[in-house]
Design a protein. Structure first.
Length: 189
């Protein structure tokens, strides 16, 4: 199934892998010249473990599909939410390519949210994740949900634009110096 993959870690953070990798390469090169019984194998094992740990620790992402949004990564929150009828997917692009992915809905049954029993229809934030992207990321997400190119250009360049499509309703706005695109699902895709 097709999906959109957004990194939650800046790629420059992976530069922290360079020093252990350099020392690992040097340890492998000079391993034959060591005179000890174990040579440099303990150092090679420890450096390999450090490189793998740093990668696993830093690898975090948000995956957007037709039916769900989830965070992935061994050290991430690993949350996920099913996207179905009457939920809203909001993607907000902040300055410096910082993107917030949110899903809003009524929360389903109020048995879980006892403090909402007295309220009428209330929209609550069901999912929130941070990722990195640009205007091209917004375009890619809108194309993924079958929005026409002309509509995408108008949504990104103008403020307060709304389009009502067959299965979704798309609206744009400016929030806190950033561009926000909201996709309301009229039916489960």
């Amino acid at each position: 199934m097709k999906s959109i993959f957004l990194f939650s870690t800046r790629l420059r953070m992976f530069l922290t892998e360079l020093p252990p990798i350099i020392f690992l390469v040097l340890a492998i090169i000079f391993n034959d010249k060591a005179d000890d019984i174990m040579k440099l194998y303990p150092l090679i094992i420890v450096l390999s473990a450090i490189v793998i740990f740093i990668f696993l620790y830093l690898f975090r992402a948000v995956i957007i599909r037709y039916d769900e949004v989830r965070t992935v990564g061994l050290f991430s929150s690993r949350e996920h939410i099913i996207i179905n009828k009457d939920k809203t997917l909001a993607i907000t692009l902040h300055p410096k390519r910082f993107t917030v992915v949110e899903v809003f809905g009524d929360g389903g049954s109020f048995d879980t949210y006892s403090w909402l029993k007295s309220e009428d229809s209330t929209t609550i934030n069901l999912f929130r994740a941070k990722a990195y992207g640009s205007l091209n990321t917004l375009r890619k997400i809108l194309r993924y949900f079958d929005v026409d190119v002309e509509m995408i250009d108008e949504l990104i360049t103008k403020d307060g634009v709304e389009f009502d499509l067959e299965k979704i309703k798309v609206a744009s706005s400016t929030v806190h110096d950033g561009k926000s695109i909201r996709i309301f699902f009229k039916e489960t895709i």
